[in-house]
Design a protein around this ligand. Structure first.
Ligand SMILES: O=C(O)CNC(=O)[C@H](CS)NC(=O)CCC(=O)C(=O)O
Length: 278
């Protein structure tokens, strides 16, 4: 049993401002005795145009945002999961990476996951997004890794719509599924909670979804509603759709016995003789 802190922020193009918001979350987490902190997708920045997003992008070793979080992780002996942007490995590429990094309690980056599914959306009279113009997709699932709150399976935002990836992580014994996100208000209202609960129920795992909230710039707003769900599908922590006075957190006990008990009481044995194993 360990306490997780999930922070909800509103990133802008100012990395200093975004780091300050994350530090409010971290301070609250430390005061509460949390054993790990979870921050949203794109916590480092949300640009107002593809060009701005590209120009703000730096290697994590040179990002004041990432260095600041590494310093805090070390100072408080507190691991941090956070969504950031990184340059492509191909110096000629015009696209950047949408990455989740795990900073351990010594302040070292020990895990990286690059978002597999990119969000291209064109809703009539609604939001239009073309993430694939700016972001290059990853090409592998990150094997689940150990943390103070259990074995973590990392995904990002739009990955939530693809159960194949969460099922593959569950098959590798993930206890906790992460979906750091920046959902649109339109799709969030319609689908966010149902998808998160479905992933928790079908994987019999905890789901931790730290979300961006509120108005990032004249063109972008996020749905918020950061959520934590247990392996039975019950919402054990939830925030609202406004930033409020300052970034808020959810504190949630991650009880790994609940994962074992749920999987023991209702085994979900797949018919891989009939359909392929994921
Ligand atoms: O722009 C950035 O830098 C950060 N990235 C995002 O906000 C991404 C891509 S635009 N958002 C999503 O994947 C939302 C998915 C969603 O809303 C849904 O599946 O309904």
């Amino acid at each position: 049993m360990a306490l997780a802190a999930i922070g909800q922020i509103c990133s802008t193009a100012s990395m200093a401002h975004n780091l300050a918001q994350c530090r409010v979350v971290i301070k609250k987490a430390v005061a509460a005795g949390a054993k790990a902190v979870f921050l949203p997708e794109a916590s480092d920045y949300i640009g107002s145009s593809p060009d701005e997003s590209r120009s703000l992008c730096k290697p994590s070793s040179k990002s004041l945002f990432v260095l600041g979080l590494q310093e805090d992780a070390m100072k408080y002996s507190l691991p941090i999961s956070v969504g950031i942007h990184e340059p492509s490995d191909d110096p000629k590429s015009k696209r950047i990476k949408n990455t989740l990094i795990w900073i351990n309690e010594k302040g070292e980056i020990t895990q990286k996951y690059q978002k597999l599914h990119l969000f291209d959306l064109e809703i009539e009279g609604g939001p239009v997004m073309k993430e694939s113009d700016v972001v290059e997709p990853g090409s592998k699932i990150l094997a689940p890794f150990e943390s103070p709150v259990g074995r973590i399976g990392a995904m990002i935002c739009f990955d939530l719509r693809f159960p194949e990836i969460s099922l593959a992580l569950k098959r590798q014994n993930a206890d906790v599924l992460l979906y750091p996100s920046a959902f649109t208000p339109t799709t969030g209202k319609a689908h966010w909670l149902s998808l998160l609960r479905a992933r928790a129920i079908e994987c019999e795992a905890f789901v931790i979804a730290a979300a961006q909230v509120g108005t990032h710039n004249a063109k972008r707003t996020s749905y918020g509603h950061s959520t934590v769900i247990n392996p039975w599908g019950e919402v054990i922590g939830e925030l609202g759709g406004d930033l409020g006075e300052e970034p808020e957190i959810i504190l949630a006990q991650i009880d790994l016995d609940k994962v074992k008990k749920t999987r023991r009481e209702m085994p979900l044995l797949r018919r891989t003789d009939v359909y392929p194993e994921l």
